[in-house]
Design a protein around this ligand. Structure first.
Ligand SMILES: Nc1ncnc2c1ncn2[C@@H]1O[C@H](COP(=O)(O)OP(=O)(O)O)[C@@H](O)[C@H]1O
Ligand SMILES: [Mg+2]
Length: 291
């Protein structure tokens, strides 16, 4: 079966730049980094266990579910994909080891043939494991996993999706047995629909939201950095945006509003200013919220 798994080697400069350009999600960055560090390198945990408990802490067995899985969930345009694709480089630098990142194609479900979802999921894991030598560190990103990780109860009507979910769980459980140093990042744009069996296996479930407060301030400061507005102007903008019924996503602010404002400034041959950003905000509505 044909399934194009993209492989990227980390560290690389592109990923480093992408990671550094993600604004307002410092907490998410550090939580994900810490979780992946522990999943791929248990040295720290082992040392802690040895130092503080002489390797004897029975409850510890229960803490470590054995499934190297993290889930990123939340609204579109908040940096889930970009973070998953770029964090390998930071992780790799921290661990002092190369990391291979595998990505399933955007439509992991396939075209809807009988058994297709299950086959594609199995193939994704097989290809990844074939390409990961013993002792090599790897990450498998399954993006847009909205349907396959959804609760079995929610999709009673879709036998295929349920079968896909079962295969996913089985494949997750196999990683440990196969003794591969592989962490899986599952990404979904829907919140709260994860199947309990998947949820139970998560080391970390990270929720992404549209920016407010200091996150919003960070993005605006980034967008307007060469325009040098005062702190006060940024704070006013944060307040103004918080009043809106629907919030703008990170991607709305950067790829739609700022872009539009800059294009207009170019057309009129005038500088890009906080005022041009504000008037673009009036012309452009936030993208509809998914969940
Ligand atoms: N927190 C952020 N900071 C800066 N840019 C962002 C952020 N979140 C999203 N973007 C921009 O929007 C693009 C799309 O985001 P993406 O990672 O695909 O969001 P998601 O996967 O959550 O839908 C990114 O490539 C990036 O350019
Ligand atoms: Mg995405």
């Amino acid at each position: 079966m044909e399934l194009n798994i993209k492989i990227t080697e980390h560290p690389n400069k592109t990923a480093e730049k992408e990671f550094n350009q993600l604004m307002g999600i410092d907490k998410e960055k550090s939580k994900l980094l810490s979780s992946l560090t522990h999943l791929l390198d248990d040295k720290l945990i082992k040392e802690w266990l040895k130092t503080h408990h002489g390797n004897n802490l029975p409850i510890f067995e229960h803490l470590n579910s054995g499934t190297p899985l993290v889930v990123l969930e939340g609204d579109v345009g908040c940096g889930k994909t970009a973070l998953a694709q770029s964090i390998g480089t930071i992780l790799s630098n921290n661990l002092g080891k190369k990391i291979k990142v595998f990505e399933t194609p955007s439509n992991i479900r396939g075209g809807g043939l009988v058994g297709e979802i299950s086959n594609r999921i199995t193939e994704a894991f097989d290809q990844t494991k074939r390409n990961l030598k013993k002792d090599e560190l790897g990450m498998l990103i399954i993006d847009e996993a909205d349907d396959i990780a959804t609760s079995r109860e929610q999709n009673q009507a879709h036998h295929e999706d349920r079968a896909g979910l079962n295969v996913l769980i089985k494949q997750l459980d196999l990683i440990k047995r196969d003794d591969k140093k592989l962490a899986v990042i599952l990404i979904t744009n829907r919140v709260g629909v994860l199947d309990p069996a998947v949820r139970r296996r998560c080391s970390l479930q990270l929720r992404f939201n549209r920016p407010t407060g200091s996150s919003l301030k960070d993005v605006l400061t980034y967008i307007l950095s060469d325009v040098a507005p005062s702190e006060k102007e940024i704070d006013e903008l944060v307040k103004y945006l918080a009043k809106g019924e629907v919030l703008y996503s990170f991607s709305d602010l950067i790829h739609r509003v700022a872009k539009e404002a800059i294009h207009t400034s170019i057309e009129n041959d005038v500088p890009f200013t906080i005022q041009s950003f504000k008037s673009a905000l009036e012309r452009i509505e936030p993208s509809p919220q998914m969940s």
